[in-house]
Design a protein around this ligand. Structure first.
Ligand code: BTN
Length: 275
């Protein structure tokens, strides 16, 4: 394991959820850098209350505990840091063409999902144990050796998911991928701590984000609209241009959301940051 802040790696043959485990550890005072990795999860968590399932021993199911001393409004960049580190690690296997589907999926050039990231925070005072910054646990599930091929996928995932081994054309060593991921995460985690580093994370997200330039549908508490994702702001927000009355465009920045699997229409559950 790399001798950096991610040296404390806790391994589980089976656990309910590595995110749940690290959130509990954080509440008990665990410091930044603890890592939990599982061969199998019995209650793996996905975004928007969904579950995350993978056959035992095939994929990388890993969570990291971060305690970035940053404003709550910048904490979405912890997701970015892990997604970018995962891209770095996947590229090290020789697989190219992986990008970020905003805000938290890794996809191949055909838009098939290769990995998903789930960040969970606990901003309650009790979780800031010993005066440490509040925790954010970032978990990632990377399809490493499952699916082995398209026939592995249930019908509802046909054409929607892919694995690193499929793209590499050979089985991929999960342990080597984990080592590369944690090594790549060290400078990304360090970047969270400074304005220049956060700008670098946003810039790297901009370079690797496949959502920019696509049509998106945005659902907000006060209504829905269709627009065009035109960029990533210096703060790492998705910038969406929305047609306004009189042919003008209104610009909006979003820091949280969801893009549906099959097209580029987007459903954002309503986290607008202003403009
Ligand atoms: C998504 O919905 O796309 C995000 C999936 C995140 C899954 C990972 S697997 C390791 C970590 N532990 C969990 O319970 N979930 C995350």
């Amino acid at each position: 394991m790399p001798q950096n802040r991610f040296a404390d790696v806790r391994r589980f043959e089976s656990i309910d959820s590595t995110n749940r485990y690290l959130l509990d550890e954080a509440r008990a005072g665990a410091p930044e850098g603890v890592v939990a990795v599982a061969d199998h999860q019995t209650a793996g968590r996905g975004r928007l209350g969904r579950s995350w399932e993978a056959p035992a021993g095939a994929n990388l199911l890993v969570s990291v505990l971060l305690r970035p001393a940053i404003d709550p409004g910048d904490r979405h960049l912890a997701t970015t840091a892990v997604a970018l580190a995962a891209i770095d690690a996947i590229r090290a296997t020789g697989v190219a063409g992986v990008s970020i589907k905003w805000p938290n999926d890794l996809v191949d050039t055909a838009g098939r999902k290769l990995a998903g990231v789930l960040a969970e925070s606990d901003l309650a005072p009790a979780a800031a144990a010993d005066g440490q910054p509040p925790p954010v646990v970032v978990g990632i599930g990377i399809n490493v050796n499952w699916p082995a091929d398209e026939s592995d996928l249930p019908p509802e995932l046909a054409g929607l998911a892919v694995s690193v081994s499929q793209l590499a054309g050979a089985p991929v060593d999960r342990e080597a991928l984990l080592v590369d991921l944690l090594a790549a995460l060290e400078p990304r985690a360090a970047d969270l701590a400074s304005p220049a580093g956060r700008a670098r994370l946003a810039g790297d997200l901009r370079a690797d984000c496949t959502t920019v330039g696509t049509r998106v549908r945005v659902d907000l508490p006060d209504g829905s609209f269709e627009g065009t994702a035109t960029g990533i702001s210096p703060e790492g927000h998705l910038v969406v241009d929305k047609p306004a009355r009189g042919g003008d465009e209104e610009r909006m920045r979003l820091h949280q959301g969801k893009l549906p699997r099959r097209d580029h229409a987007a459903t954002f559950p309503g986290q607008r940051t202003g403009d």
